[in-house]
Design a binder for this molecule. Structure first.
Ligand code: PLP
Length: 497
C-alpha cells in the first residue's frame, strides 16, 4: 500500500533511536498504578516506530493533503447531502462548555446543553409537522430502527403485535429501510414503482392486508421525485391499520416548505448530518432524531428533555410504555449542536431557502447536463437528479462507474452511482443549496468534457482515475479483505494489500 500511495508508512520511516523530544528523567515518585499491575503487564518490546518530529508532521500533513473534502471542492454525492459546513457551527462546537461536556454530566450542571436539546426537540417536531421528537439515535439507520420499534410497540399495545408482521418498502428504497425492518423482526415486501418513478398504487393495493404494520417511504423518494400520491397512500395504509414511516434523509428538499406530518406520516427520522450540515462521511458521525405524532409519544425512549416550572431543563422520566433506552447521555450532542446553529443561522423566516435553493440547483443541473446525459425520469426534480449512462454504455462501452472515476481526474468527488437500483447505470447528483452557479457551471463543463471523451477516446475513461495517488482499485477485494494493519512479521500477510 505504501508504494502505491507514494507515502511511506511510519514503520518504514522508522530508524532506531530516533525521537521527537526527550523529556528529562522525572523526579516525581512512581504512581501507585505500578502496584496495580503485574510486571508482565508492562511491555517494552512493542515494535513501535521511532521517528523525529518532522518525519511525523510531514507524514500526516502529506496524508491530509490527499483528502478530498467539502472544504476543498464540490461533493455531489446524491442521497448523502454533502453540503458546506459553515465555520460558525465549529465556533459553537468549540465553546468550552460544549466541547468539554462529559456524557455523564448531571443535567443540572449542563443547562446550556440541555437547552440546546430542548429547543431542538421542538424545532424538529415543528419542521416535521410532528408532536414530539427524540434526539437519541446516532444515525439515520438508527433512527429507522427506533421508528420501527415505536411502530411495533404501538401495535403490541393495541393488541395487534402478533398479526402485524410486515413492513412495506418501495423497490427504490435505500437499503437501510428493509434492513432496519428486518432487524426489528419484520418481514418486508417491496412495492413496485410505476413508470413515473412513484409508488405504483395498484401494486400497493395488492399488498395491503391486516398483516401490514406500516410502510416506509422516502419523500421526496430516492429518485429525487415527490410522491405526489402521498395522500392516497396514507389513506390506504391507515385503512388497514398500518402506520406511515417517513425516511427523512431527503428533508433537504422540504425544509420550511412542506412537512411529513401534514402528508399523513406518523413517524419520521431526520438525518441532521445531512439536512442541517455538520461534517460527515464514511459512516459518521451522525444524528438521526425521530419525530412522532401524538399516538406514538407514550413509546418514545428515555432521554427526552423537559422544562420544569422554575425554568430548569431536566431529563423526563420515561413512562411505563416507553421502549427504554437507545443511546447514552446527550446523544450525538456535537452533531445536534451544529445542526441547531445551522437552523438558527437561517431563522424561521428564511429556513425555506434551504429547500428552495437545493431544488433550484438540482433542476439547474438537470436542465444543463440533461442535454448530454439522459435523465432517468425527466420532469421537475426535487433536491437531486438521477441521470443514466445507459446510452453511453451501449454506444461506447462507457459505464456510470467510468464517468464517476474520470470525474476524480477533473478534481471532483464522484457522485453516487448504481443507486437507486431500479435505474440502470445510475448517476445520482445532489448539488445542495450551498453551491454557487459558478461551481455548478464548472461541474457541467467537466461532465461535458468527460462525455466528449466517452465518445471519442473511451479508453481514457476505462483507465481513470490517472491523477490520484491510487489508481483503480479492486473494490470487491478492498471491501472483503481490507488491509487495515501493519505487521512486523512479513510472513503473516497483513501488509499485502
Ligand atoms: C435515503 C436514505 N435513507 C437512510 C439513510 C441512512 O442514513 P445514515 O447513513 O445516517 O444511517 C441514507 C444514507 O445514506 C439515505 O440516503
Amino acid at each position: 500500500m505504501s508504494k502505491q500511495l507514494g507515502e511511506p508508512l511510519l514503520f518504514e520511516l522508522s530508524r532506531p533511536g530516533r525521537k521527537a523530544v526527550e523529556l528529562p528523567v522525572s523526579d516525581v515518585p512512581d504512581a501507585p498504578l505500578a502496584d496495580l499491575l503485574a510486571a508482565a503487564d508492562f511491555r517494552d518490546d512493542l515494535p513501535l516506530p521511532e521517528l523525529a518530529e518532522p518525519d511525523v508532521i510531514r507524514h500526516y500533513t502529506h496524508l491530509s493533503q490527499r483528502n478530498y473534502s467539502i472544504d476543498s471542492g464540490f461533493y455531489p454525492l446524491g442521497s448523502c447531502t454533502m453540503k458546506y459546513n459553515p465555520k460558525i457551527n465549529e465556533e459553537a462546537a468549540r465553546l468550552p462548555g460544549f466541547a468539554r461536556l462529559h456524557p455523564a454530566t448531571p443535567p443540572r450542571l449542563a443547562q446550556g446543553a440541555m437547552r440546546v436539546l430542548y429547543d431542538m426537540q421542538h424545532i424538529l417536531a415543528e419542521i416535521g409537522g410532528m408532536d414530539a421528537c427524540s434526539l437519541q439515535p446516532a444515525a439515520g439507520a438508527h433512527g429507522e430502527l427506533l421508528g420501527l420499534m415505536l411502530i411495533k410497540a404501538y401495535h403490541e399495545d393495541h393488541g395487534n403485535g402478533a398479526i402485524k408482521d410486515t413492513i412495506l418498502t418501495p423497490d427504490a428504497a435505500h437499503g437501510t429501510n428493509p434492513a432496519s425492518a428486518a432487524r426489528c423482526g419484520y418481514r418486508t415486501a417491496a412495492v413496485k414503482s410505476h413508470s413515473r418513478g412513484r409508488v405504483d398504487i395498484d401494486h400497493l393495493r395488492s399488498l395491503l392486508n391486516e398483516r401490514v404494520a406500516g410502510i416506509m417511504l422516502t419523500n421526496p423518494n430516492t429518485l429525487g421525485l415527490f410522491e405526489d400520491n402521498i395522500d392516497q397512500i396514507a389513506e390506504l395504509v391507515h385503512g388497514v391499520g398500518g402506520l406511515l414511516y417517513c425516511d427523512g434523509a431527503n428533508m433537504n428538499a422540504l425544509v420550511g416548505r412542506a412537512r411529513p406530518g401534514d402528508m399523513g406520516f406518523d413517524v419520521m427520522h431526520f438525518n441532521l448530518h445531512k439536512t442541517f450540515s455538520t461534517p460527515h462521511g464514511g459512516g459518521g458521525p451522525g444524528s438521526g432524531p425521530v419525530a412522532v405524532k401524538k399516538a406514538l409519544i407514550p413509546y418514545l425512549p428515555s432521554g427526552l428533555v423537559a422544562k420544569t416550572a422554575d425554568g430548569a431543563y431536566t431529563f423526563e422520566k420515561p413512562g411505563p410504555l416507553s421502549i427504554g433506552s437507545v443511546a447514552a447521555g446527550f446523544g450525538s450532542f456535537m452533531v445536534i449542536l451544529r445542526a441547531y446553529v445551522y437552523i438558527l443561522t437561517y431563522g424561521r423566516e428564511k429556513i425555506s431557502r434551504i429547500a428552495e435553493n437545493a431544488v433550484l440547483n438540482a433542476n439547474y443541473l438537470r436542465m444543463r447536463l440533461g442535454k448530454d446525459l439522459d435523465v432517468a425520469y425527466n420532469e421537475l426534480c426535487m433536491h437531486e437528479c438521477i441521470f443514466t449512462a445507459k446510452r453511453q454504455q451501449k454506444a461506447y462501452g462507457v459505464k456510470a462507474y467510468d464517468i464517476a472515476k474520470r470525474l476524480m481526474d477533473y478534481g471532483y468527488h464522484p457522485p453516487t452511482i448504481y443507486f437507486p437500483l431500479i435505474v440502470h447505470e445510475a448517476l445520482m447528483i445532489e448539488p445542495t443549496e450551498t453551491e454557487s452557479r459558478e461551481t455548478l457551471d464548472a461541474f457541467v463543463e467537466a461532465m461535458q468534457a468527460i462525455l466528449t471523451e466517452a465518445r471519442e477516446t473511451p479508453e481514457l475513461l476505462s483507465a481513470a482515475p490517472v491523477t490520484t495517488p491510487v489508481r483503480r482499485l479492486d473494490e470487491a477485494t478492498a471491501a472483503r479483505h481490507p488491509c487495515l494493519r501493519w505487521s512486523c512479521d512479513v510472513s503473516d500477510g497483513a501488509n499485502d494489500a
